[in-house]
Design a protein around this ligand. Structure first.
Ligand SMILES: C[S@@+](CC[C@H](N)C(=O)[O-])C[C@H]1O[C@@H](n2cnc3c(N)ncnc32)[C@H](O)[C@@H]1O
Length: 414
């Protein structure tokens, strides 16, 4: 079997790290304060985060979706403010998102190879890995996956087709991504019935009009068919409700198909390059338990807001020890009301998100109520209801440009 080599290629024992619990979030009070989180979001380098998770999750994860940088040698800024709408550039600014720049292809492979190896260790015996790439590096990565999983564990090369404008004039427009799929063993999860799609109209008409079509083999037209290995889903465009402003965000429909096909309700599933959080959001909605990680603070913030908005289940937010969250020196003040609710005094600087721990225990921030700026809105609510009467209030907020502010603790007199 051909094996890809390059001078620095090696697989050493990965570095490990300490993970700090930054907060437990109960989206809009759901499950507060007793329900244990089934979902975990990590800020950190996935090499050390995955390595730290081996002790607890080795051989436990049924599905890993990996959407790493593609070796494009570009950087991808994020749109902040009302970043969702391309038609209104005056409403947003650019901020650092993530960088996909490498000195050489070797450097990129040095980055990906040990991470793919760790993903394989984390997969359960029935587990599947989907690696999302494009023409830049998919050929090399396929060889790495053949080596790590065995070429016989290759399941599919899925081609995701989309369309959109392109500046290319001297080649065909490059409008597909490649998703390489490998399974840990022969006994992998694949729920064909969960992802069936209707037969196309021409096929239906052919079978309905002629009993001899298909040489006697009549497909179950009502049940639909298992999709081919090429999928069309539109990219997340400027007017789509799901658009977050985070670069290279993938469509929910694409991830839904992957999750339905290759995991089961209550499966543990993971995305260690989670970006804007599409995968954990869709997976949690489908009743899966999720792990998600990103090394970009902005990605983790966007994911957190998406989970708070779209999920009614608690999740834990962890930070790798050597990563810090940018802090703002500005201060916040607020008023408590009998309702009980909490109202923030006119927010300056502009805020994107704030949350309240109404019973701060001095150790773990338990976020029981949150407010966020909804997509395509410039303002966020300044008053939020609390799920219980507050005792010791602590407040955190994130400014539009990504800095965290935290109040001291206030003993409640209500
Ligand atoms: C292509 S984007 C993922 C987009 C995501 N699928 C979505 O729907 O929004 C790749 C992500 O990988 C993250 N990333 C790059 N290197 C990483 C590392 N070492 N550890 C964790 N995340 C990393 C980047 O910050 C970026 O958010």
């Amino acid at each position: 079997m051909p094996v890809l080599t390059w001078p620095a290629k090696s697989l050493t024992e990965p570095p490990t790290t300490e993970l700090h619990l930054e907060a437990v979030l109960y989206p809009q009070g759901a499950g507060y304060p007793t329900l244990s989180p089934e979902h975990h979001l990590f800020l950190g380098d996935n090499l050390s985060v995955m390595s730290a998770l081996l002790g607890r999750y080795e051989g436990q994860i049924d599905l890993i979706y990996a959407d790493p940088p593609f070796f494009t040698n570009r950087h991808y800024p994020v749109r902040i403010g009302r970043g969702e709408d391309s038609r209104q550039p005056h409403t947003w600014q650019l901020a650092p998102g993530y960088v996909d720049r490498w000195d050489t292809l070797d450097a990129y492979l040095d980055f990906l190879y040990p991470r793919l190896a760790l993903m394989r260790r984390l997969l359960s015996p029935r587990g599947t890995l989907y690696v999302h790439l494009d023409w830049h590096a998919s050929a090399c990565v396929r060889l790495l996956l053949d080596e790590l999983f065995g070429a016989e564990r290759f399941l599919n090369e899925i081609v995701w087709l989309y369309h959109g404008p392109s500046p290319i004039r001297r080649a065909f427009n490059r409008k597909h991504d490649t998703i390489l799929v490998y399974t840990k063993s022969k006994q992998y999860i694949f729920n064909a019935d969960a992802v069936r799609v209707p037969y196309n109209q021409v096929t239906v008409q052919t079978f309905e009009s002629s009993p001899r079509a298909g040489f006697g083999k009549v497909p179950n037209l009502k049940r639909g068919k298992v999709p081919e290995d090429w999928w069309y889903f539109p990219v997340v465009a400027r007017l789509h409700r799901e658009r977050t402003g985070y670069p290279t965000q993938k469509p929910e429909a694409l991830l839904e198909r992957i999750i339905l096909a290759s995991s089961e309700p209550n499966s543990l599933v993971a995305d260690f390059f989670c970006g804007s959080g599409t995968f954990p959001l869709v997976a949690a909605r489908l009743g899966r338990r999720t792990l998600a990680c990103d090394s970009a603070w902005r990605a983790v913030h966007v994911t957190r807001v998406r989970l708070v908005e779209g999920l009614r289940q608690p999740f834990a937010f962890w930070r790798e020890a050597r990563y810090s969250i940018p802090a703002s020196l500005a201060t916040l003040s607020f008023t408590l009301t009998e309702a009980p609710s909490l109202s923030l005094h006119a927010a300056s600087p502009a805020l994107d998100y704030w949350e309240v721990d109404p019973a701060w225990d001095g150790k773990t921030f338990r976020s029981a109520a949150q407010a966020w700026r909804p997509p395509r809105h410039t303002t966020l609510p300044l008053e939020i209801p609390l799920p219980s009467y507050p005792t010791r209030v602590r407040l955190r907020a994130i400014t539009v440009d990504g800095q965290q502010m935290e109040t001291g603790t206030t003993e409640s007199s209500i």
